[in-house]
Ligand binder design. Sequence first.
Ligand code: C2E
Ligand code: CA
Ligand code: CA
Ligand code: CA
Length: 281
Amino acid sequence: AKAEGKNIYRVYNQAWDSRSERKMLLEKELHKALLKEEFILHYQPQIDLATGEMVGAEALIRWSHPRMGLISPGEFIPLAEETGLIVPIGEWVIKEACLQARKWREAGLPPIGIAVNISPRQFNKPDLVETILGIIEQTNADPRYLELEITESVAMFDTEQVMEKLDKLKSRGIPIAMDDFGTGYSSLSYLKKLPIDKLKIDRSFLVEVTPENANDNASIVAAIISLARNLNLRVIAEGVENAEQLEFLKAHRCDEGQGYYFQRPVPSEELEKLLQKRAAG
Ligand code: C2E
Ligand code: CA
Ligand code: CA
Ligand code: CA
């Protein structure tokens, strides 16, 4: 039994070693990835549920490493957050999204909101607002079509500073969405005070939601939709994967939906085709 215990320890230890080795390797490569232009943005359509029309798209970062292949943001974003690399990466994301929006606008395509994710560490930089306004000016972007997705954890830090930043952004016409809503700890009174425009229902709540099934998730989704309506906020459900979920959301008059049922995140050329289709239709 003793020998067995030792083996288990060794196996565990090896697994740990290779995990931390990958992490160290990723971190080393992440430092170079921006300069080597290994990032691209994919875009996932956001659909107005009343009209069925695409009204926005979320920009989602993709890292394609020449030797390691495609690395998921679920793996490298936390690492970037930990090391602080999220700050330059996040700035690149905003700039890239603004440049792309300008290209589409210059091509005469219908304008849609492009949502970018702002991580907590990025949000908490004292110069966040100036940086974003700088990029908007530099790229000649329309601030009304650049939406920032923040999470409840962002709003948890220094309340006064958070409020001041959001007010400044809002006064420039930049919409703010609360991402992964319902998974954090923000209180409802705090939510009422925050100058935000939209709630994004976390996709974990969409699991097993159907019009017939009166389960906990269905109650939560319905409650968030009516909360948003009462607070005069737009509401979008993410992770819509099937017709039953869509039917439920429509019945409860959720404003927008996003998910594989409509479209997976796609490269910019493919989103452009969808925009052309919308312009033609
Ligand atoms: P998120 O902001 O909650 O983004 C939504 C995630 O759900 C995306 O994963 C998207 O591909 C996925 N998704 C969309 N529809 C469905 C669906 O119907 N079913 C399922 N199962 N999943 C769906 P992705 O692209 O892998 O991104 C994961 C997370 O990485 C994002 O979660 C976000 O937190 C972070 N992330 C991605 N891009 C950026 C970025 O540019 N900056 C920052 N700070 N974080 C980013
Ligand atoms: Ca998001
Ligand atoms: Ca989300
Ligand atoms: Ca999420």
